[in-house]
Design a protein around this ligand. Structure first.
Ligand code: GLY
Length: 386
């Protein structure tokens, strides 16, 4: 029996590009009427469906769009990082052209972060830009990737290395519709990984109660208790929406949107190392993005402790949350400190050759630090080394 849970709407306040993020339980069948309210009837839609999604998720969405009078063409998209590529983008652009999408038509992305980023990039570039609707189906994409308009793909270089998100565009969606019931199709590991971004958000900004609320409700979220899940997802979206509204294009030199990279400079240094595993089982290597982010957030907290911007109590609370979320708090097999710091230097967030990291401050805020003392970074890496 389905439970009645009130949906929540969060506004991303970007003047003429403002849009709503609707978070609810079992709301995917609302997609057709919701889109019609925004763009009117008789549009063509390319519905890009994550290959990993069961038909029980995609069919109600497809039916809803068709019943609302849209002319829908579907395309399946591969959801792994390897397929966050120009090749998949090209295939979807051709699908959009084959479906005869015009300037006023739409792309609808139904899936996780990779599918949302690729489909968003297709919408950003097809005929110099058409509308996109994001329907995220993973926790990570609900609380982070689907909101804020970052779209794009990775580039593979001649030497075989990958530059993550090297090609892309800011392209805000017209609407985000997050049906938390879709989270029940995720593996437990995937769900836990999304929690890493939620833990990151507890350290980020004005919703002072989010830290306590997350501590109190991690188990409810992991068991997908509908009210708790809708509430926490909506609160996390509100954090992201506030940051994006204040600094849409990540231009604020004092932090702004760049603060959302808390933990990520550390994470990027380890997530592409193929042998690292979140546990003792080699077959679980490499780390997933959320696992690397959890470790990165802990390393950033350790930096903050060393720099005196946050308390031991905050570090302990974050460590407990990461552990209760079933995410790693330490990891074996990392290269030496110098190699790790070198890998951090190559992160795309380095600006003009400077290494920038985000460190938490007590009071649910964070600050950007340029060229931190390598000794502090060594202490941070040591704190997550098993
Ligand atoms: N995921 C970081 C951002 O959207 O800016």
């Amino acid at each position: 029996m389905s439970r009645q849970v009130a949906s929540r709407t969060v506004r991303v306040d970007l003047e003429q590009r403002a849009y709503d993020v609707i978070v609810g339980h079992e709301i995917r069948a609302e997609i057709g009427p919701r889109i019609r309210e925004i763009v009117g009837p008789d549009r063509r839609i390319l519905l890009v469906i994550d290959d990993a999604l069961p038909n029980s998720i995609s069919e109600p969405a497809l039916d809803s769009l068709a019943r609302a009078g849209f002319h829908v063409t579907t395309a399946r998209a591969k959801a792994d990082e390897e397929h966050k590529s120009l090749e998949q983008t090209g295939n979807l652009l051709i699908a959009a052209a084959n479906a005869r999408l015009g300037r006023d038509d739409l792309v609808v992305a139904l899936g996780g972060g990779v599918v949302g980023d690729v489909a968003g990039f297709v919408a950003a570039t097809y005929r110099r830009g058409i509308g996109v609707i994001q329907c995220p189906t993973t926790l990570l994409s609900m609380v982070d990737a689907s909101v804020g308009g970052k779209t794009g793909v990775n580039l593979t270089l001649e030497d075989g290395s990958t530059l993550k998100n090297a090609v892309g565009a800011f392209h805000q969606p017209r609407l985000v519709l997050a049906d938390t019931q879709t989270l029940s199709t995720l593996s437990e590991r995937n769900l836990r990984c999304g929690l890493a971004e939620c833990i990151k958000h507890t350290l980020l900004c004005a919703d002072e109660g989010l830290l306590e609320r997350t501590e109190d409700n991690i188990d409810g979220l992991l068991s997908l208790e509908p009210e708790i899940t809708v509430d926490l997802v909506a609160r996390n979206v509100a954090v992201k929406a506030r940051v994006v509204a204040a600094d849409e294009r990540e231009h604020d030199p004092t932090g702004g949107r760049a603060l959302l990279n808390l933990g990520h400079t550390f994470a990027h240094a380890i997530e592409t190392l193929p042998h690292l595993s979140p546990d003792a089982h080699r077959e679980n290597a490499p780390l997933r993005h959320g696992e690397a982010v959890a470790l990165g957030v802990l390393a950033a907290c350790r930096c903050a402790l060393e720099l005196g911007t946050c308390s031991q109590d905050l570090v302990d609370r974050v460590t407990r949350m990461v552990s209760r979320a079933g995410l790693p708090v330490q990891i074996a097999g990392m290269p030496g400190d110098d190699a790790l710091i070198d890998r951090m230097q190559h992160d795309k967030k380095t600006l003009g050759g400077k290494l920038r990291i985000v460190v938490p401050e007590t009071g649910s805020r964070c600050r950007l630090m340029t060229n931190p003392d390598p000794k502090v970074l060594q202490i941070a890496w040591a704190s997550i080394r098993a």
